[in-house]
Ligand binder design. Structure first.
Ligand code: TXA
Ligand code: MG
Length: 349
């Protein structure tokens, strides 16, 4: 299959390109498009055959349900049942935006989209190109992250092309995304509502609005025997090809330890990558050092995380050492993804 790749300008929407994307989606094809979090791989969510193509293109296990992307509250009513007052309040404040909520599904949502579940994940993105593509495609677009299953989520159209060229009909290139980590997932079918995946809309933000919020224990205790409630969270996602280790502790000691570990591995003949910050990169003595952003603005770290993991794949490093980050605000999403990429391999000093 030939993949059409088209650039769009945020300020010039409703173009022939968007119409073409809509036509492909309505005919049951696959179109990747930017959202504010990561690029999504879209298909008509109400067409079971179209949704199934997503699993094939990504190599995704079929029990891993898809998020349906919408652009308005009427659409939410059509695909869900039992939307609580709390959920409406959250929607009012954080939609459109980087938040997904889980509800009971209505009959029109096929099991091929929900991985056989009676619940459905719904998100209303704020990205202008995403909104246009969703509307052009009929208003209900199933879209997982547009990466091959097990690779870091794509934050540029180039990343999507690396994984999906020749496997999907079209990539709408809207430039680099804003946030860089996937949406927060909030399960509204339980009370108190429960965070199944941390993202840019944080526990603190949600609690301020609707009170108590639970967090899926498996996100906090990786050794827990329990299976995560979001089926996708049980897979070793976001996996770089190299073995990634997070070094945690006082930052001066962390830099020292990473220098020591890198020197040791290089002497054994290995290629080593280092994830440092603007505050520290100048202090690393060996290895392939990359700056992930600044601790003064953790959003920069979220924005660069997946791109850096992909760069290390391209550089074919054998080991990666990363500094650790605070877990408040967007930090909880950064550390959740980084810990998963590391298979929870942490050295505490
Ligand atoms: O930011 C995002 O959410 C991006 C963009 C493209 O919107 N999408 C995304 O989709 O990250 P995906 O498929 O890569 O991750 C969706 C996660 C998976 O872990 C999946 O198991 C979970 O959501 N999920 C979907 N439906 C669910 C449901 N009904 N119950 C529990 N978890 C669900
Ligand atoms: Mg994903």
């Amino acid at each position: 299959m030939r993949t059409i790749i088209e650039k769009v300008n945020k300020n010039e929407l409703n173009t022939e390109i968007i119409k073409e994307a809509g036509r492909i989606l309505k005919e049951g094809g696959l179109v990747a498009f930017p959202t504010e979090t990561v690029y999504g791989l879209g298909a008509d969510a109400l067409n079971e055959d179209a949704a199934r193509k997503i699993y094939a293109a990504k190599g995704r296990p079929s029990d891993n349900p898809l998020i349906i992307h919408i652009t308005n509250m009427d659409a939410l009513g059509k695909i869900t049942r039992n939307v609580s007052e709390k959920a409406k309040k959250v929607a009012q404040h954080y939609w459109p935006g980087p938040l997904t909520m889980i509800f009971d599904k209505s009959e029109i949502v096929p099991y091929g989209t929900t991985g056989g579940l009676d619940t459905v994940a719904v998100r209303m993105p704020v990205h202008d190109v995403a909104k246009e593509v969703i509307d052009a495609g009929g208003g209900y677009i199933a879209a997982p992250s547009a990466n091959t299953s097990g690779r870091p989520s794509p934050t540029t159209a180039q990343h999507v092309a690396e994984d999906m060229d020749g496997r999907i009909d079209m990539i709408v290139d809207g430039g680099a995304v804003d946030i860089g980590v996937e949406s927060t997932i909030l399960d509204m079918t339980v009370d108190p509502p429960m965070i199944l995946r941390p993202g840019a809309v944080t526990k603190e933000m949600l609690e301020e609005l609707i009170g108590e919020i639970d967090v899926d224990r498996t996100l906090i205790q990786p050794d827990s025997k329990k299976v995560p409630k979001a089926p996708g969270m049980k897979y070793r996602h976001y996996a770089p090809k190299a073995e990634l280790t997070i070094v945690e502790g006082n930052i001066d000691q962390v830099v020292c330890e990473i220098n020591r570990l890198t020197d040791e591995k290089q002497k054994e003949g290995y290629k080593v990558g280092i994830i440092g910050t603007r505050e520290t990169v100048g202090r690393y003595l060996y290895g392939d050092v990359k700056c992930i952003g600044t601790r003064e603005d953790e959003a920069t770290i979220a924005g660069n995380l997946y791109g850096i993991l992909r760069e290390f794949d391209d550089d074919k490093v054998d080991f990666i050492y990363s500094e650790s980050f605070a877990t408040d605000g967007i930090g909880s999403a950064i550390m959740n993804r980084l810990l998963k990429a590391a298979g929870h391999h942490v050295i505490r000093i």
